[in-house]
Design a protein around this ligand. Sequence first.
Ligand code: AMP
Ligand code: MG
Length: 402
Amino acid sequence: MISVDEAKKIIIENVHPLEPVQVHFQDALGFCLAEEVLSDIDMPPFNRSAMDGYAVVAEDTIVAPVILKIIENIAAGGMPEKKVSRGCVSKIMTGASVPEGADAVVKFEDTEDTEDESRVKIVKSVKGGSNISKRGEDMKVGQIVLHAGMPVRPQEIGILATVGKSKVKIYPAPTVGIISTGNELVNVEEKPSSVQIRNSNSYSLASQARRMNTAVEIFGIVRDRKEEIVREIKKGLQKDILILSGGVSMGEYDLVGDVLKELGVCIYFEKVALRPGKPVIFGKKDKTWIFALPGNPVASLVTFELFIYPAIRKLMGFSSLNRIVVKAVLKTDVSTKRKRREFRPAVYQWKESELSASPVEWHGSADLLATTKANCLLIIPEEVEKLSKGQLVDIILLDNNY
Ligand code: AMP
Ligand code: MG
């Protein structure tokens, strides 16, 4: 049995980003760039007014208040036609090109109208350069504006638009297949008998994968029979990631481990010292990464976040692979059985400048409903016997990406 950290290390060291693909820039949201992006323009493309006001020769305003002559009116997108010289100003709008000769813009609020419409009173002096964004101050032609490996968020989409990069290379998301095993499982539409339960894992796992932008196919439920499991796994091997749920423990009907070995899957590990979810198999066959998770719904949820989440992030080219861990003040005493690192569904809140967390009440790793009240996982380290109220603990935030 290996530790959680060792298991993660094995995954991260072996999984590598998928071959980049080119997409329309709007479809890059949530993915990582697989190329450097250069600007084809200076930004701003001209000396640009940052205010509505008057373009002036700054020296004219030293003696403010001063009355100056208006020679032109320049709107954004309009080309200035007149040169500003001493004693003259051009009325100018935000985003417009500053005319030749002017070296500052006085904002409207620092001016007053005069009886003569062709003249304006400047009431406050400005320094040279005031309220002008210099050509190329944000970016220059040929400058690398976005780097390979950067996650694409709305602001990166805006930069791609700014520099006219309508097609861009990204690392794609893996395709994911999901198989649930278990004689007791029935489909969602069916009413379970007294010894059956509905298959929920296929859908919670699919949702965990889908919210990472992957394309997921849910394969059917398979019975705990080798031929059925083999048949479905063979279908699943067209995917980049194949997730199996159930059938990985020590029971008589837990056949998944044997089947994977018989199929020639290269197994990297099959037991991890954690709670819930000790039996977790990680392997590879051809191009497909295989994860076989325990069937208990909370174990399935937790092991996805711990092991499949970083694998998908790595395949997608991200450099931050794990969910965010932060420190919070524990609100209640928590006891544990030690030896294995434990992940307890918990709820955190930010109140009165303090981040605090407490585990939600739950009945163990089958109690999926308890997790609907949770928004994080409390980490209980292997070596501790008890966590005490008031102490700082690590929590894994579950519902935020990037
Ligand atoms: P297993 O890992 O196959 O021993 O299953 C452990 C527990 O999880 C059993 O109580 C199963 O009924 C339950 N379980 C297994 N697969 C699923 C599933 N797909 N959806 C919901 N519960 C499941
Ligand atoms: Mg089973």
